[in-house]
Design a protein. Sequence first.
Length: 129
Amino acid sequence: MERKKIATKARWEPIIGYSRAVRVGSHVFVSGTTGTDSTGAIVAPNDPYAQTIRTIKNIEAALKESGTGLKDVVRTKIYVINIGDWEKIGKAHAELFSDIRPACTMVEISRLIAPEILVEIEADAVIAE
């Protein structure tokens, strides 16, 4: 089966040795993604809602490059540094996945790769044949 690697300009990809997303057959796996802009700067350092929106838009861009979109997402995993932000993060997730409603997990962790990052999301998609 063909393996397609999708890369972005994230500074961590070559350092850690990973792809933003990998497509194998009809499955697409999107790595942990954060709310960064096209220059790699973290957006809205104190706003979990805005970071979540940007994070999901970044996931959407990786999915588009792999030949799909949010409509085919079947699972998301959300990592947050403050579970008290769950309503703001959940609101953003619900707005962008309203009718899709993938399986979802949200967990609090002690920290992410940069202190201003409040949320990181992984996504798995299955492309309908």
